[in-house]
Design a protein around this ligand. Sequence first.
Ligand SMILES: *Cc1c(COP(=O)(O)O)cnc(C)c1O
Length: 241
Amino acid sequence: MATTPTIPSVIIDNIERVRAQICEAAATSGRSGQDIRLIAVSKTQSLAAVQAALSANQEDFGENTIQDARKKIDHLLNNTAVWHFIGHLQNNKTKYLPGRFQWLHTLDSLSLAKKIDGCLGKSGQTLSVLIQVNVSNDPDKYGVDNNSLPELIETILNEDLKQIQLKGLMTIGKLGASQSEQKTAFDLLREQRDKMAESFELPSFTELSMGMSGDYLLAIESGSTMIRVGSRIFGARNKPE
Ligand SMILES: *Cc1c(COP(=O)(O)O)cnc(C)c1O
């Protein structure tokens, strides 16, 4: 017998459990659960899994490759979802963003920003963009380092790219880091966001995409506005093809 995929009712229960935890963690930090957007990371999961999450009124979904994302986005009949691209994006794949994704969490170079802006210009669509920061200087991670962040923002703003709206910062927690190391990294990202919003006078530079299945409660404590949760919602990931 083939292995059974995570059944829809389990996905719905998981989403409800995560939502309740978000509200609880937010309240503990004097925040409202509504200020935290739950992104269901559906990478490697099936279209049926996405449909199950949609039936629980899940609005935001995250994917990390264009190929895998298209298997779902391009086949949804009533695509009312908001799609977030959270993987490393190669310059030659930017053409697949318009009409599919509303958010990109992983901008880390001026050349990528220009390429995306060019692709979006043709469709007239705008994209909400977060800059990925490698706050913990992890050699295995993409993202700009802390010191290069102001210069990247400055050069992007100087280009006056009309289709790109800079909305904040994103980071990926370091694998195997202790709770306190993780907390330090999350706090640093929040400080960076505040500093950048102030020095570049960007009132809508408000988002902080941080926290995954293993550390979202900690991230909420540090001010996360978007958590990216995969396995806690959909169960174990399928093997990529
Ligand atoms: C896979 C992935 C996630 C979700 O990971 P889980 O640990 O399954 O919640 C979040 N963010 C990024 C960038 C990812 O690639």
